[in-house]
Structures are given as C-alpha cells and as structure tokens.
Design a protein around this ligand. Structure first.
Ligand SMILES: [Zn+2]
Length: 273
C-alpha cells in the first residue's frame, strides 16, 4: 500500500464565521497543481515556503449566510490523475453589532452630480478589482496599518441618519488626523486618489484577488503603479469622504468578499511565504 500523499485541507482559523479570512493549507507532495472553489469564488493555491504544503488565502464574505458550505478542492497529480480533497465547512453564526450614525446629508441622498461621481468611482473600482496580480505579492504576516486604538466595528449593521442601512465592511481605527498610515503588507498600489464615499483612498493589490483599502486619508503619499513593502507610509489619516469624524477605515477584500481585518492581522503567515 502506498502512503497517502495528501491530507485533508486545514483551515485557519478553525472556527469559520461570515467575515473570516481563512488560510487553507494542503500537504500534497505529489500535486502538480491544486484547483479549488468555495462559495462561488475561485481559490488560487500556491506552494508554501517548505515546498510541500500548498496554500490559498481566502475567506467568507461578511454577508454570507450561516450553515454548511462545500469547499471544493482537487489536486492534479504529477503522475497524472486527480485526487478529490473536497470537504464540508460549517459557517457558524457571527454576532455583529448594530448601530446608527449621522453624516452630512449629501452622503445619504447624493444629488445627480454626486451620483455621477459615485458611478465613475464604481467603474474604476470594478476595473481594479478585476485585475489582481497572478501571484501572491505579500510576504509574512499582515501588520496593523496605523498606531491608533482599533474598534470592533467590522460587520456592524448601521443606519445613516435613520435611513440608509448598510454593513460596515472594514475596521475603524481611532486615528487623529495626520497619523501615518502604512502598508499592511507588500504589494502594488493600484488606486491612490480621492473617491466620493471613501475620501482620499489607497488600495494595495496583494495578489491572487487580495486587496487592502485605506480610506478617509488627509494626504496620499504614494502613486498608482508603485510597489510598496510592509510598513511603507501610504499617507496620513484624516476625515475625507463619508465620515462622522477623523479615523482610518481599513478594509480587506478577497475576490469580492469583505473579510475581518482584525482576524487577518491575527493570522500567522510567517511560515507560509
Ligand atoms: Zn469605517
């Protein structure tokens, strides 16, 4: 009998909730490539530092319903053939808070002029998010983007001025205007400009569909197309765009899913790549 050449996929963190980033690891020494799909999103595996473990950095969108999901994974073997490594992953209930906010009326009922800007912003973002690098650009664990108190604001269900309901898809840090904002990991700056809701915004592509977004900056210090290393200064925090006051809104997006930045910061990726 031959030894099993691959083990089941491991997920970190092990408890999966809506909004969890998940590091998926598979030991498969005889695999030439690994394909995967989860909740309608393509998983892109790469070989880890040890050369024998394959990884995908993925996650579950903040709005995903709880219940069982199928993590589809198949290994294409070096000697030909395919091994199915699919498994069921239970998505547990997340307990996010609710709250209400008051912002300038133009952000709740934008006039026709503003709607044009919002539409143009959306087209730009769609283009950027469709063109992620085809390999991981990050190295090691993600670092906090600012020295300021974090808030447990991710996933919060909110009303604006008692009307518009939305889900808070990032993490707010209570940063005073002028606090340096840094790259959470290495990557390429794919957007660095003012947007209507986001204010002065910097988006970094970390490859394979993973992005971090820093919003409401008072100043931008990087240019689109520029490569950045972990901790490079992106700009200064501020209160531009749809805000109630100065803070840094930091978001993590993977293949269109918004993930909890606090959980990404807790993931130990130092042995991965
Ligand atoms: Zn925010």
């Amino acid at each position: 009998m031959a030894h099993a050449q691959s083990a089941a996929a491991t997920l970190t963190p092990a408890v999966v909730v809506a909004g969890s980033p998940e590091l998926i690891g598979i030991e498969a020494t005889d695999a030439a490539a690994i394909d995967g799909e989860w909740l309608g999103r393509k998983l892109e595996f790469f070989r880890g530092r040890d050369g024998r473990t394959w990884f995908a950095l993925a996650g579950v969108d903040v709005e995903a319903p709880e219940g069982p999901s199928t993590l589809k994974i198949s290994a294409r073997l070096e000697q030909g053939g395919v091994r199915d490594l699919s498994r069921v992953v239970e998505i547990q209930a997340a307990h996010y808070r609710t709250g209400s906010l008051t912002v300038a009326p133009k952000f709740v009922e934008p006039d026709p002029e503003a709607l044009k800007l919002i539409e143009a912003d959306q087209q730009l973002k769609d283009k950027i998010f469709a063109a992620s690098a085809s390999e991981p650009l990050w190295t090691g664990s993600f670092r906090t983007p600012v020295v300021a108190p974090p808030t447990a604001s991710f996933g919060m269900r909110r009303t604006f001025n008692g009307k518009l309901a939305s889900i808070h898809k990032g993490m707010d840090f209570r940063a005073k205007t002028g606090t340096p904002v840094r790259a959470g990991n290495s990557g390429v700056v794919v957007l660095a400009r003012p947007l209507y809701y986001e204010g002065n915004c910097v988006v970094i592509d970390h490859g394979l569909g993973l992005y971090t977004l820093s919003m409401h900056l008072s100043r931008i210090d990087v240019k689109e197309g520029q490569s950045v290393a972990t901790n490079d200064q992106l700009g200064l925090s501020g209160a531009t765009g749809r805000v109630t006051g100065p803070h840094l809104h930091w978001a993590v997006r993977w293949q269109g899913a918004y993930l909890d930045p606090a959980k990404l910061l807790r993931l130990n990726l130092s042995e991965v790549r």
